[in-house]
Design a protein around this ligand. Sequence first.
Ligand code: BJW
Length: 252
Amino acid sequence: MESQSAHQQLIELVRQAKRIVALTGAGVSAESGIPTFRDAMDGHWSKYKPEQLATPQAFEADPARVSRWYDERRLAALGCEPNPGHYALAELERIKRAQGGSVTILTQNVDQLHQRAGSQEVIELHGSIIRWRCTRTGETQDHVEREPLAQDYPIKSPNGGLWRPDVVWFGETLPTRALASADLACQKMDLYLAIGTSGVVYPATGFIQFALDRDIPSVEINPQETPISEAFFARVREASGVYLPALVKALL
Ligand code: BJW
């Protein structure tokens, strides 16, 4: 979306839309200082691939390593603030709600920054890194404390289980309720946005098919091309923290 007229067209698309669905990914939090999922490894972790740690098999093989990685990422997320992209989406939701519409965020992010920015309709497709779950009972606990959860990992629960982050790993199914809510939102949407996601992970990346099947306009907002860029009606090659505030400002 290079030219001024294309930019104006997109503003009109958003202005006219009543029910917007925005799929978000790690790129939306990049400007908050949280590395994207596929860039997430540095220092001690540089010898691992994130895909190798984000699996039930990795947790089974080395629960200490996986728990430590997630606790470090939990602390990093808590130490970051929402950025102008998160706030713009929350503002867009307020605008659309005031007009009787909606903005539903389907987020693959586990950092809860959309909620902290004030977005109300946020569906966490891949869970939350702030919430941890007992492997034995399924009980969950929120951990907003800004100190490590343990000195020694893995973290044992009182009933003989282990605490693991309440996130969705590769090979695990997404929470049924989140998927059902996402499907419902997609069935009602009249504009689909995919923001800051590489578009390689299913089932989230498949939501574009809803838009294609129903001739609903769709926009990808990502500084980089993705494997599914061509499926979108329009593409914006800008950072979300720059583009979204400008878009929302243009609506006012
Ligand atoms: C910016 C920016 C800026 C940078 N502004 N943008 C073969 C074919 C099809 C499917 C499968 C298959 N084999 C296996 C599967 C299924 C599998 C899958 O999709 N695998 C693919 C890798 C092929 N999916 C699953 O297993 C899912 N479950 C499932 O399908 O259940 C049924 C089933 C079970 C068993 C077998 C088959 C089916 C579960 C997926 C769970 C994903 N979980 C993770 C980890 C969560 C916890 C954690 O954070 O550690 O979720 S993986 C990881 O990827 C994380 C992310 O949410 C997710 C998506 O990544 P995202 O957000 O797109 O981040 P990046 O880093 O990839 O991209 C960032 C983007 O931002 C880039 O494009 C940048 O350009 C951009 N960017 N700065 C805007 N400022």
